[in-house]
Write a protein of this length. Structure first.
Length: 107
């Protein structure tokens, strides 16, 4: 499954991700800068914040209200209606071609 990360400066990085890995792992395993994922991917740090490309938000799913993820994202810098935590995005075959925008900084 291919996922493209776009940096805040517009640099695009396409990486190959195994099905079932998360978008956080996709970034970390491929040294994509800008995603820290400090907590190890257990939805406890908010340093894996990404903006899902608007064209993909419906497939990925929007942030659920009242979730741990939305609580955490309140601590993230510059969130938008497309914000998600990358560790909470499992990569499935239907997400092939997914585009994620990496924020300039995580906090
Ligand atoms: Fe910590 Fe996603 S890696 S919240």
């Amino acid at each position: 499954v291919k996922v493209t990360f776009v940096s805040s400066k517009g640099t695009r990085r396409e990486v190959e991700v195994a099905e079932g890995e998360t978008a956080r792992e996709a970034a970390l395993f491929n040294d994509v800068p800008g995603i820290d994922g400090d907590c190890g991917g257990v939805c406890a740090c908010a340093t894996c914040h990404v903006h899902v490309d608007p064209a993909w938000i419906d497939k990925v799913g929007r942030l659920a209200d009242d979730s741990m993820e939305s609580d955490l994202l309140q601590f993230a810098e510059g969130t938008s209606e497309y914000s998600r935590l990358a560790c909470q995005i499992p990569i499935m075959p239907e997400l092939d071609g997914l585009v994620l925008h990496v924020p300039e900084q995580q906090y």
